[in-house]
Structures are given as structure tokens and as C-alpha cells.
Design a binder for this molecule. Sequence first.
Ligand code: KG4
Ligand code: ZN
Length: 365
Amino acid sequence: PKQPLVLGIESSCDETGVGIVRGTTLLTNTVSSSMDEHVRFGGVIPEIASRAHLDAFVPTLQESLHEAGVTLDDIDAIAVTSGPGLAGALMVGVCAAKALAVATGKPLYAINHLVAHVGVGLLDSGAASERASDAVAAAGLGAGKLPENLGALLVSGGHTEILRIRSITDDVELLGSTIDDAAGEAYDKVARILGLGYPGGPAIDKLARQGNPKSIRFPRGLTQPKYMGTAEEKGPHRYDWSFSGLKTAVARCVEQFEARGEEVPVADIAAAFQEAVVDVISSKAVLACKEHGITDVLLGGGVAANSRLRELTGQRCTSAGIKLHVPPLDLCTDNGAMVAALGAQLIMAGIAPSGVSFAPDSSMP
Ligand code: KG4
Ligand code: ZN
């Protein structure tokens, strides 16, 4: 069909997501998160996440179908995240999707989670559907057609990557990524050092507003010439990030205040840490875009919620003549609608389904 009705399933981390799209129109985006169960452990516990997916899947599916006003019979195809992510968590969604596909005889598409974060940008912006709530209306790129020179900056608890997208269905190139911790992971680890709880991103974002980002200068990883290279000769990590040194620098800084018997200036440290992260993410992303002729860049992942990241990346993109697209937050974080959106693109591009014998791949590139 020209506008296939696609059911998308996401279970790569702690969110059980089921979304339904018709072509590029978003119908529903239903998400159940097990984050509350991980909070006391200070991180996502894979076993708990898998069990939570098992509990949440059927109710989330039923709610999504109900909200969209469709039945499984109406669905043209099923799409499911097959990687990357937590192996046990992926397995729950993949098993469920295969069972549905076999039971209904509908085609099944295995979806790369990272590419789906970009695919969500293809959903129509504005009031795409009477059924879509306000919160899930606008994805940002609109019109179902990607800009020709598109990049994507994905920043979450699991990934920090700058991608060039020539074709969403078969030509996505990784320009740069973190060589150690993801940015969200760095936020979470630093929040733990500062005693701010988990997840740390929102807590640091909020506290940083009361601190002075210039009070302390934290290191910007992989920015020395040996990594960046020169204008003529690019270094080996020109577009890559590293956040583990920054995390260590924050820990040292806290230790020094404590050793001197001084009160730790938590808000200042949070602000200075955030400035270091956001500075290096936005500067390297914009550099990669400029040097690859990218004119439009889509921001995605949970850290896209960060107020300073949005602000500074927006400013630097504007100065460089690049347009920054930021989907609404519930389409930036993990969800099933992005999986359905990419599935619909694959179908509309005439790509064959994946069958039911693929395995989840936790380290899918
Ligand atoms: O995309 P996401 O929901 O899950 C995956 O990691 O795939 O991202 C979660 C991450 C966490 O590390 C969380 O601390 C971070 O996003 N985060 C933030 C903010 N909100 C969430 N980081 C910085 N500032 C925020 N406002
Ligand atoms: Zn994600």
C-alpha cells in the first residue's frame, strides 16, 4: 500500500514502546518505562528491564491499537528494534514481534534502533492526525521527505553519534562517535559523584542553572591537535568524543574541595561539567556538518532534552548556516513510533521484509 499501516515495537533498553503510523502520519505512540524500578540501583538493570518488557508488552500493544482505533487485522506490517541495545531486553520485543507476525501472517521488518531515531524525523509535522495528541504531533522535518544534505546528532544514555544520512533506507554513514562513555552516561556518573541521584541528566540540567559554568574549567576530550588534525589533514578523532576523562576530572575536583575541608560547590561543578559536555558535543557536531556539506541536522536521544545542549547547538548551527531540527521530546527518547516510522519508509521504498529468522544484535553498528 502507498500509505502502509505499520506497528512498531521498541524494547532495547528500559522503555517498552508500541507506535502506529500510516505512511508518514503518526497515529499513536504508547510507552511504558521501567525506570522507576532501576532508580534505586543507579542504573538500568538488564534482568529487571527484560522482565518489565514481558509485563508491559501486551497492555502497551492493546492501548496503542485502541488509541489508534485499529485492530491487528488492519495492520499492513510489523517493525521491531533488533539492535543495538540490551540483549535480553531486545529479545522480548523481537520474540513478541515474531509471534505476532507468524500468528497474523503480516510481514516483519527488523529495525536498527539508531537509524529509527532519525526516521522519526520523517513523520509529518503539525497536526498530522486527529488522533495524535499534542505531545506527539510535530517531528520537525515534515513532509515525508528528507532534506538532501541531512545529518543526525544522537545523544543518549547509550550513544553519542554524528551521522550523515544520504538515504534513510540504505545509506547512513557514521562520521563520529564517543570512544568511551555516552554523554548521558557521563551525566549519570557525574550526578552520582555529586550525590544527585539517578537518572542524572535532568538533575544536573536543573542544578546547573544556579551555578557558574565559568567557575571551573573542565577538560574537553579529544580536542588536541593530535586528535583533531589540521584543516588540511584530519586527525583520527576529529569528530569523536571522549567523556571518561571529564568524569575523572569532576571526581578529582570534588576530592580536592573535600580534602581542604571546604564545602563542595555542587551547582558550580554541575554547570561547569554541563558546559564542557555541551561545548564539545556541539562544536564537533557542527564541524562535522560543515566539513561534509550537511545543511540540516536532526537532534535525537534523551540528552536532546538538555536545555543548554539545545541552546548552544542551536546558536552554533545558526552561525554556520545549518538548520537544527528537534523533534518533540517523547519522539526523541526511545519509543515505538520511531520504529514504525522507519518500517514505513522501508516498505514505501520497496524493501523486502526481514522474515522471522533474524536474531537480535545487541552491538549492531
Ligand atoms: O534516549 P534515552 O531516554 O535512553 C537511552 O539511553 O537510550 O536517554 C536517557 C539519558 C540518560 O542518561 C539521562 O540522564 C539523559 O538521557 N537525560 C538528560 C536530560 N534528560 C535525560 N541529560 C542531560 N540533560 C537532560 N535534561
Ligand atoms: Zn535510543
